[in-house]
Each structure stands twice: as structure tokens, then as C-alpha cells.
Design a protein around this ligand. Structure first.
Ligand code: ATP
Ligand code: MG
Length: 255
């Protein structure tokens, strides 16, 4: 082969190889890969503000430019064919998804979920919930999953909410409904979260009782005993402006 031709072929091969690798790199950079994160929101009891705080978290993350979606895997108690938690989370999020993914189990009666399910001859299957969670995780940066009741509420014969939280492996945020008795409930819940092997990202003091006495001392007592940060103290507010209140949430620095 003439020397000139051989140099040309070698040069051509080298350029082709470099181009090929550059394009491959570019392709992988453009691949649709969502690094999803999120939080599992639990609380010291039912009715203490899990949905309220989940909505504030959704607003706060939206304000940081994140795509967010709320999830209520199990909702018990309908009102004219609507489940209020699901509607509130839906309004607070910024990513459109189906009801079925946000809320795989919509139960009619406002009673303990495993009993509500039994009454409808349904068995709550955590695999179904896990599947929905992963579908949501593909379309949003953050999935805010609201638990049901407190951390150890049964969801079927053998499993409870902590099993559901373990499935997702998300860091937990504990909402403490600030009222008499909450110290014990909060500390027991922290213990249960630890036993489940889940990280506690922090806790929120939600002032659901406008009449509570010694609020500051109660908060201080929890701060002293919970080795995860207080992410915010949310005042009692009958006509809440969710955007304004969401600014009271302090996320860990890496968000
Ligand atoms: N900081 C607050 N100020 C005023 N009202 C509040 C506050 N937090 C919660 N509430 C109200 O308390 C009620 C219960 O709150 P929420 O529905 O968020 O509780 P939950 O823990 O999600 O209940 P569930 O266990 O039924 O899901 C709601 O009417 C909500 O608007
Ligand atoms: Mg709720």
C-alpha cells in the first residue's frame, strides 16, 4: 500500500474513533435519567398535619425549582368520591400524574386502613404501592410520600406503615403535632424510625393547638432528645398562605 494512502487510512480511523466516542458521551449526557429523591412523611398521630406539612414541603421544593409530586399511597375516607389528602397534595405538586399512581388505595371508610380494606374485600399489597412509587420517581425530582396515621399503623394482616417506608428507603420527616402528649408520641416514633433502619431527615413542629401551654419548652425538650434537625416551626394559622408558610421550612443544605 502506498505510504500516503496508509497515513490517510490511519488518520481517518483515528478521527472516526474520536468522533464515535464523543457522540457516545453526548448521547449518555442526553439520556433521560431522573435522580429522584423524596421524603416519607410520618406523624405523631392522625390529624396532626401530615398533609398540611407535606403540602408546605411540596411548595418549598417547587420554589427551589424542583419538579415535585405528592403521593398518598393509602387514603381512608372519601367525601363525594374525593379523598381530601390526595386533592391537597395534587394541588400543591407541580407534576401531573394519574390519581392511580398518587393514590393506589382509595378506601371508602374513614377507619383504620386495614379494616377499611377488609370491608371492601381488598388486601393492601405493598408491591402495588412500590410499583406506583417508582413510576412517580421517574417523572419528578422529589416524591413526597404521606404515610397513613402514625408510623406503625397496620396496612394489612402482617405489615404496617413502617414496612411501606422501608420499601421506598426514603429519609423520613416526622411531623409533631404540638399538643399535650406529643413528647411521648414523638420520642416513641423516633425510636420506631430508628428500629426500621431509616434515616430521620428531621422533624417539624406543627402548632395544631392554638391553646398549647409552654410551646417553647416542649420544642426545646424534643430538640434536646432528637438527634436530627428541627426543620421548622409552623404556627397555628386558620387561613394559611401555604407559599408564605413554606418559607419556614429549612431543608438540609444539600437540597
Ligand atoms: N399549622 C396549622 N394551622 C392550622 N391548621 C392546621 C395546621 N396544621 C394542620 N392544620 C389543620 O388540621 C387538620 C388536620 O391536618 P392534616 O389533614 O394535615 O392532618 P393529617 O395528619 O394529614 O391527618 P390524616 O391522618 O387524616 O392524614 C386540617 O384541617 C388542617 O388544615
Ligand atoms: Mg393527611
Amino acid at each position: 500500500m502506498p505510504k500516503k494512502l496508509s497515513i490517510f487510512i490511519n488518520l481517518y480511523s483515528a478521527v472516526a474513533w474520536i468522533l464515535h466516542n464523543k457522540l457516545r458521551g453526548r448521547q449518555s449526557r442526553f439520556q433521560f435519567v431522573k435522580v429522584t429523591s423524596g421524603f416519607f412523611i410520618t406523624g405523631t398521630d392522625t390529624g396532626i398535619g401530615k398533609t398540611f406539612i407535606s403540602c408546605l414541603l411540596l411548595h418549598a421544593l417547587s420554589a427551589k425549582g424542583k419538579s415535585v409530586v405528592g403521593m398518598k399511597p393509602i387514603a381512608a375516607g372519601q367525601d363525594n368520591g374525593k379523598w381530601s389528602d390526595v386533592e391537597l397534595l395534587r394541588t400543591a405538586g407541580n407534576t401531573q400524574v394519574s390519581y392511580k399512581l398518587m393514590n393506589p388505595y382509595a378506601l371508602d371508610l374513614p377507619i383504620a386502613p386495614h379494616i377499611a380494606a377488609e370491608r371492601q374485600e381488598i388486601k393492601i399489597d405493598l408491591a402495588v404501592i412500590d410499583h406506583a412509587f417508582h413510576a412517580l420517581a421517574k417523572v419528578a425530582d422529589f416524591v413526597i410520600v404521606e404515610g397513613v396515621g402514625g408510623f406503625l399503623v397496620p396496612v394489612n394482616e402482617n405489615q404496617d406503615t413502617s414496612d411501606m417506608a422501608q420499601l421506598f428507603g426514603l429519609p423520613v420527616i416526622l411531623v409533631v403535632g404540638m399538643r399535650l402528649g406529643c413528647l411521648n408520641h414523638a420520642l416513641l416514633t423516633v425510636q420506631a424510625i430508628k428500629e426500621a433502619g431509616l434515616p430521620l431527615a428531621g422533624w417539624v413542629a406543627n402548632c395544631i393547638d392554638p391553646e398549647i401551654q409552654a410551646l417553647e419548652e416542649n420544642i426545646a425538650a424534643l430538640q434536646h432528645r432528637i438527634d436530627s434537625p428541627l426543620l421548622g416551626t409552623i404556627p397555628f394559622d386558620n387561613i394559611p398562605d401555604m407559599l408564605v408558610l413554606s418559607r419556614l421550612i429549612n431543608f438540609p443544605n444539600n437540597i
